[in-house]
Design a protein around this ligand. Structure first.
Ligand code: BDR
Ligand code: CA
Length: 315
């Protein structure tokens, strides 16, 4: 039997993080060795509760959940109530029934796992602000470089921002942290932009209905996204879901679904002002500097959705 790839998920668990986590739990080629939480969509203790709920609702297996940073490095936490609700999960009262978080700080536990496992055997997928990763890099840079691959849901890709004209939420919520991660010299670093989950990659009304009616897990994945759906009716004029974190998870665990992805020299703008938290992508080589990250801006919609349906068990 093929050995499973070891995975750490770092998340600010809102409603689309929950879908991405459920997908990863059901991916036969990966084993989640731990989940770490960070403030972002919701305060960090709520993110932890939401991960525990998601593990119970998915019911596949139960990796340890370690709580990480509750504050950003410099910026104040703002959250995203309008996108995911007060509790991040559509304010429907979801809560865990039997799981509890594990003892230990997320950042230290992540470093411990990287130190204990053979070099280049662990992949990290981040679904929230990069505060935990930045701190891990600052604390133990050598240990962090033992990671095999880091895939970040972050940036606007080659498109528009979702929290300002230029910026995407995860980068914008902690621009300083994103900058530390980008400038850390990580060999294999990919940013999956918000544009990767738009257009044909969005779930349409029919697909939403199919997932919802398929199983209790399907209903959980859709119902918890009801605030996002309401926002999308205003933004896009129809019932649809932009699944940013599931798109990043698919790009990381099932790269066959990637259509547009290229390495560029990138920078994070941390200057105060309208483009704080945006990622500048040197597409035409103005800087003359070597590429420091890959940017994924497009998925093959059909393959992405097939993967999402398969891992959520939707027939
Ligand atoms: C990202 O921000 C959050 O709203 C989502 O969970 C996703 O991680 C999209 O910009
Ligand atoms: Ca998220």
């Amino acid at each position: 039997m093929k050995e499973k790839r070891k995975l750490i998920i770092d998340t600010d668990c809102g409603s689309d993080d929950a879908v991405a986590i459920a997908m990863a739990l059901n991916d036969e080629n990966h084993e989640i060795i731990m989940i770490t939480t960070v403030a972002g969509n919701v305060p960090v203790n709520q993110a932890t509760v939401n991960v525990l709920t998601t593990l119970e609702q998915t019911g596949s297996y139960y990796p340890p959940v370690y709580q990480g940073c509750g504050e950003m490095l410099v910026k104040k936490w703002e959250g995203s109530r309008d996108t995911h609700g007060y509790d991040g999960m559509g304010d429907l009262g979801y809560h865990p029934c039997f799981l509890k978080k594990s003892e230990g700080h997320g950042v230290l536990k992540m470093l411990e796992a990287l130190a204990e496992n053979e070099k280049k055997t662990i992949d990290i997928v981040t679904l929230g602000p990069l505060t935990n990763l930045a701190l891990a890099i600052r604390l133990q840079p050598q240990t962090f470089q033992r990671v095999r691959r880091v895939v970040v849901m972050g940036s606007a890709g080659l498109g528009f921002g979702n929290v300002s004209e230029a910026a995407e939420f995860n980068i914008w919520q902690d621009g300083e942290a994103a900058r530390i991660v980008l400038e850390a010299g990580i060999e294999d670093l990919t940013f999956v932009g918000w544009d990767a989950c738009l257009d044909e990659a969005m779930l349409d009304e029919k697909e939403i209905g199919q997932i919802r009616s398929n199983s209790p897990l399907g209903a959980f994945c859709i119902d918890s996204n009801r605030v996002l759906m309401r926002l999308n009716r205003e933004r896009f004029g129809r019932d649809c879901l932009d699944m940013a974190d599931p798109a990043a998870m698919a790009a990381a665990l099932h790269p066959q679904c990637i259509e547009g992805c290229q390495r560029f020299y990138c920078q994070i703008d941390t200057n105060e002002g309208p483009s704080y938290g945006s990622m500048l992508i040197d597409r035409y080589g103005f800087s003359g500097k070597p590429a420091n990250a890959a940017v994924c801006w497009k998925l093959k919609a059909k393959e992405f959705k097939e993967y999402l349906f398969r891992t959520l068990g939707v027939k």
